[in-house]
Design a protein around this ligand. Structure first.
Ligand SMILES: Cc1cc2nc3c(=O)[nH]c(=O)nc-3n(C[C@H](O)[C@H](O)[C@H](O)COP(=O)(O)O)c2cc1C
Length: 190
C-alpha cells in the first residue's frame, strides 16, 4: 500500500517526526511504500473562501497558484493518509490547519445527493504529540479531525496521541508505544 505521511511540525526533526519516522520504518518493514511530505517545506497559502472551487466538479478547482495541488495530487493517489502534528494551543499547527482548511476544495455539493469528495472512503489517521497530558489538552483535536473527515468522507483510524513530549527533542516514554500501536492498527486495517 502507498502511505502518505504529512508532517505538520515546523521542526522536521522534532518529536512528531521521530514518532512518525518509527511508524514509517515499521510500515516499510511490512512492505508498504511511504511518501513523506514535510508541509513546512512547501508554499501553502490559507484558503481565500472565494468558493470558486465549488462549481468545478471534476477537479479540485482551487484558483491559488501555490504548492497545495501538488500535495493534494499525492494525497488523492495514496491508499492511506497520516496527518501528524504537534499540539499548538490545543489545536493543529498553523501549517497543518492551512492544509486542512484548503481541503475545502476537495468536497463538492456537501450534504446533498450530489455529494462528491476526492478523499471519499480514504483511510486516514491523526498522530498528535503534546507536551502535557491528554486530558483537558489534546482532547479537542481528535474531535475536530473527525468532524473534518466527516466532511471529506474519509474513514478515520485512531487517533494516536503521545503525551509528555517536551520541547526540545524529548519524544517521551510513549513514543515507541504510539508508533507501534499505529503500525499494528493502521497496517491491519488497510
Ligand atoms: C507554539 C507552541 C504551542 C504549544 N501548545 C501546546 C499545547 O497547547 N499543549 C501541549 O501539551 N503542548 C503544547 N506545546 C508543546 C508541543 O506540542 C510538544 O512539545 C510537541 O511534541 C512538539 O512537537 P515537535 O517537536 O514535533 O515540533 C506547544 C509548543 C509550541 C511551540
Amino acid at each position: 500500500m502507498k502511505i502518505i505521511t504529512l508532517l505538520g511540525s515546523p521542526r522536521i526533526k522534532g518529536n512528531t517526526a521521530k514518532i512518525l519516522g518509527k511508524f514509517e520504518e515499521l510500515a516499510i518493514a511490512k512492505g508498504h511504500k511511504i511518501d513523506r511530505i514535510n508541509i513546512v517545506k512547501y508554499k501553502l497559502n490559507g484558503c481565500l473562501g472565494c468558493d470558486k472551487c465549488k462549481p468545478v466538479i471534476d477537479e479540485p478547482g482551487c484558483i491559488q497558484k501555490d504548492d497545495m495541488m501538488l500535495l493534494f495530487d499525492r494525497m488523492i493517489a495514496a491508499d492511506v493518509i497520516i496527518y501528524a502534528t504537534p499540539l499548538y494551543a490545543w489545536d493543529f499547527t498553523a501549517q497543518m490547519k492551512t492544509l486542512i482548511d484548503r481541503q475545502y476544495c476537495l468536497v463538492k455539493n456537501y450534504d446533498t445527493p450530489a455529494y462528491k469528495s476526492f478523499l471519499k472512503d480514504k483511510p486516514v489517521a491523526l498522530l498528535v504529540t503534546c507536551g502535557a497530558a491528554i486530558e483537558n489538552n489534546a482532547d479537542l483535536i481528535p474531535v475536530i479531525f473527525k468532524r473534518e473527515c466527516n466532511y471529506t468522507g474519509s474513514r478515520v483510524i485512531g487517533p494516536y496521541i503521545a503525551p509528555c513530549c517536551t520541547t526540545p527533542a524529548a519524544p517521551g516514554r510513549w513514543a515507541d508505544e504510539t508508533a507501534r500501536k499505529m503500525a499494528d492498527e493502521i497496517l491491519a486495517d488497510i
